[in-house]
Write a protein that binds this ligand. Structure first.
Ligand SMILES: [Zn+2]
Ligand SMILES: [Zn+2]
Length: 190
């Protein structure tokens, strides 16, 4: 995802697309494909790596209200696995469909300039909404042993084999941070 590197342009410039032609003729379309860098693509648990280009493939369609933007954004995220605390990361393909109007009056629509449409806010919001708050390195991640701290994806610790079922409830409480509470809630194993 680095085809635009070395090209001489201002940051965010790629996201400005001309709609002068299609805006004049309702029903007309223009398809756009570009790579661009946006800043601040980050939530508490993950981010698009700084300086990474996102790929934008959209169809701009002139409709009576404005310009309808339909397509997808392709990027990737990086973060820390919530179970094992190792690096987590994965590709993200985000479908988008947004309406851009000259006078946005609600939070459902995006602003449309006279001849130019800035796709940066559309792409920014799509990325932010798709970034995982609590990523996993994989769906099968087995996490860290609460007893000995071993990464159970890498090694089989002996805790499990020797485990006394009577300790399960205690470990569950430790894991969920509720240990020490007076009222012990019933614990079920998944
Ligand atoms: Zn993990
Ligand atoms: Zn262990």
């Amino acid at each position: 995802m680095s085809t635009a590197r070395g090209r001489n342009h201002a940051v965010g410039q790629e996201f400005l697309v001309s709609v002068a032609q299609i805006a004049k003729a309702p029903g007309s379309r223009r398809s756009i494909h570009f790579f661009g860098v946006l800043e601040g693509l980050e939530v508490s648990g993950s981010r698009v790596p700084k300086g990474d280009e996102v790929e934008v493939e959209v169809l701009l369609e002139s409709v009576s209200e404005g310009i309808l933007v339909t397509g997808r954004v392709t990027t990737r995220f990086e973060g820390v696995c919530r179970r094992c605390l190792e690096p987590a990361g994965q590709a993200l393909v985000i479908p988008i469909q947004e309406l851009c109007v000259e006078d946005p009056t609600d939070e459902e629509t995006y602003p449309l300039g006279h001849d130019l449409l800035d796709l940066a806010p559309v792409v920014h919001d799509a990325c932010i909404l798709s970034l995982p708050l609590a990523p996993l390195c994989s769906e099968e991640c087995r996490g860290i042993c609460p007893t000995c701290g071993a990464n159970r994806n890498l090694e089989e610790c002996s805790c499990e084999a020797e485990r006394d079922p009577r300790w399960d409830a205690l470990n569950e409480l430790r894991g969920s941070g509720t240990i020490g509470r007076e009222d012990s809630t019933p614990v079920t194993n998944e």
